[in-house]
Design a protein around this ligand. Structure first.
Ligand code: 164
Ligand code: MG
Length: 363
């Protein structure tokens, strides 16, 4: 298994120099976007947008992430804004709907945000939410299956189940989902526990595939999952993995199938996810439809899936980049003004960027 390249723009990267922090901050604006439904415990998504010579970029590590962990998120932004999103491969990507841990009565409204129900290829359903029970998960999944009987179903526990809960959960969800159950995503935390669970499921004759998410994006060594045979496929997110090129390298070195997912990005960050998906030959729908979970975005035409997929945004003005290049949409000035954080919020995000920059410069 080969090694993965250093973070783009880091001291170790010979291809892309890290711009001075003043240059990154010159165009930086932090925004707070309201969400339609609580997701990941959040009702507001904050992000910082940057404009580099190659286009718009997003720096949006979740609030609980601190430097040096945020360095990879900045590396992805530097790649997007200062090197560009790269060439278009596949021009259209199938997109899964993402179902937060809502009650069954809310399932239909959320699903409709992802377009025509008959065209949704897959639904990723959040399970194991704190304060909820397996019955709640079963009820949510059953309602999804009732509404989109042909869609593939994925259940994402974000590592919140114990081993015993995961074994019970796998059985209960498989009962509801039947042959539609595509995979269980990060049912338990960690890499070794994931590998052990996968083995036990196999011993019990349960063949449901296991996807690793946090075990890839939060691990010091994103290839350990593959080395230990802990998962059948990996979920990859551009920002936590430090950019498109690095995520591509992780996927290729892992030898596993990948599903590209968002980090609940604005449409600017989603463009980078689509750029990655565009260059992968994954047959699976990708989790890049999360603009549908935002009540408002920063661009006039948000990247919300229609007919089960999203077109990869390409350079339209032809001015700055070559044809066939992926290009993030530009923010709308009025939306930026409407969602701009106050002075204290701008200062907080500037400090976060500075800390990430210091981490990247030292790496
Ligand atoms: O994969 C999707 O359908 C959407 C993205 C998504 O689910 C996530 C985005 C950001 C943070 C995560 O908690 C969550 C995930 O665990 O995959
Ligand atoms: Mg996940």
């Amino acid at each position: 298994m080969s090694e993965i390249p250093p973070l783009p723009g880091s001291a170790a990267d010979e291809l892309l120099a890290l711009p001075p922090v003043e240059e990154l901050l010159a165009s930086a604006v932090a925004v707070a976007l309201p969400m339609r439904t609580r997701f990941r415990g959040q009702t507001v998504r904050e992000a910082m947008l940057l404009r580099g010579p190659a286009g718009w970029a997003e720096f949006a590590p979740f609030g609980e992430y601190e430097a040096p962990e945020t360095a990879s998120w900045l590396a992805a932004a530097v790649e997007a804004g200062w090197r560009g999103l790269g060439a278009v491969g596949r021009p259209r990507i199938p997109i899964n709907a993402t179902m937060p841990a809502v009650g069954p009565e809310q399932v239909e409204a959320v699903l409709r945000g992802f377009g025509d129900l008959d065209r949704i290829p897959a639904v990723k359903v959040k399970v194991a939410e704190a304060g909820q029970s397996l019955d709640d998960d079963v009820a949510r999944l059953a309602e999804v299956r009732r509404l989109v009987p042909r869609a593939m179903l994925r259940a994402d526990a974000n590592g919140a189940w114990t081993r015993a809960q995961a074994l019970a959960g796998a059985e209960a969800l498989a009962d509801v989902a039947g042959d539609r159950l595509e995979y269980l995503e990060q049912p338990v935390a960690g890499i070794e526990p994931l590998a052990a669970l996968r083995e036990t499921l196999h011993h019990r004759g349960m063949t449901v595939p296991i996807a690793a998410d946090e075990a890839v994006r939060k691990a010091e060594d994103p290839l350990r999952v593959a080395r230990l045979g802990a998962a059948d496929l990996i979920v990859v997110k551009v920002a936590p993995l430090g950019g498109i090129e690095r995520a591509l390298a992780v996927v290729r070195a892992s030898g596993l199938q990948a599903v590209v997912s968002s980090a609940l990005d604005t449409s600017i960050g989603l463009a980078a996810g689509l750029a990655l998906a565009s260059r992968l030959e994954t047959p699976r729908a990708c989790g890049l439809g999360t603009a549908a979970l935002l009540a408002s975005d920063v661009v006039a035409a948000p990247l919300i899936p229609a007919d089960g997929g999203l077109d990869v945004p390409q350079d339209v003005d032809g001015a700055a980049t070559a044809a066939g290049t992926v290009r993030a949409p530009a923010p709308d000035e009025r939306l930026l003004a409407a969602h701009r954080l106050d002075a204290a919020g701008q200062a907080r995000w500037r400090r976060r960027l500075q800390a990430a920059h210091a981490g990247l410069a030292g790496g």
